[in-house]
Design a protein around this ligand. Structure first.
Ligand SMILES: [Zn+2]
Length: 242
């Protein structure tokens, strides 16, 4: 059913804009922080005062979520210039921009060397450096994750179907009911321990396609310290971005 009414502005929470959307499909008010904004979804008939009250009650939580968003934004804001660092397998490597006919990135002796055309404007140059990085990361992800999947699949005596690498916004991996696995290529920015956790997690879904106790025990058998790795991903996953 189509939604009636659009999103309206509902003032600000400290410096963050608040948007409000009313819907007939909800019974209670929900709050979320998205892209530095507070997004509220409320039932049609709830009075504004009740929404204000909820915002006041959840102020500490909202402040925490907004601060986290600002931190991630600060860590991932890029100019794509010499000396800026980029992550690969949990390490940061500096960028060195060189001139060349075709945009391409390489990791040479601890330095990310990216060739771009001299003629580009600053903005176009940044865009083509980013594109070169994306191609490099995606290629590395395919090689490396495929290798880790092969190793852990053998150890766990499982056989996955097709592997693919995607540009997920808020997911690290996925397992379909056909046994095909896909992974977020940005994982190659994380330490190998973390890549392995996601690999084991998705492989374990070949046994149980849910997050039941049985599923977690498959994960734990293959990786006894999975909890600390899962926590790392929860705490730092947002910084694996370009
Ligand atoms: Zn899962």
């Amino acid at each position: 059913m189509p939604e009636r009414g659009g999103t309206t502005s509902f003032g600000t929470f400290e410096d963050a804009p608040i948007t409000l959307r009313r819907t007939g499909r909800k019974k209670s008010i929900s709050l979320a922080v998205r892209d530095g904004c507070v997004a509220i979804l409320a039932p049609q008939r709830v009075p504004d005062a009740e929404i204000q009250e909820l915002i006041a009650r959840r102020a500490a939580w909202l402040r925490r979520k907004l601060a986290k968003h600002a931190e991630v934004k600060r860590l991932t804001k890029r100019a794509f210039i010499d000396g800026e660092t980029f992550m690969f397998l949990g390490e940061r490597y500096p960028l060195q921009v060189r001139h060349g006919p075709k945009a391409r990135a390489e990791l040479e002796a601890g330095v990310f060397v990216v060739h771009v055309r001299r003629s580009h404007s600053t903005e176009r140059r940044a865009r083509s450096i980013r594109a070169a990085f994306l191609r490099w990361y995606k290629a590395e992800a395919a090689t490396m994750i495929e290798d880790r999947v092969r190793q852990y699949a053998a150890r766990m005596m499982l056989s996955p179907g097709q592997l693919s690498f995607r540009d997920y916004k808020s997911m690290w991996g996925k397992c379909t009911s056909d046994g095909d696995l896909s992974f977020n290529w940005k994982l190659v920015m994380a330490p190998l321990d973390i890549v392995d956790y996601v690999v084991v997690h998705e492989l374990a879904h070949l046994r149980f396609l849910n997050h039941s106790a049985k599923f977690w025990s498959v994960v734990e058998t293959a990786m006894p310290d999975y909890r600390s790795r899962r926590k790392w991903l929860k705490d730092h996953g947002g910084t694996l971005a370009i």
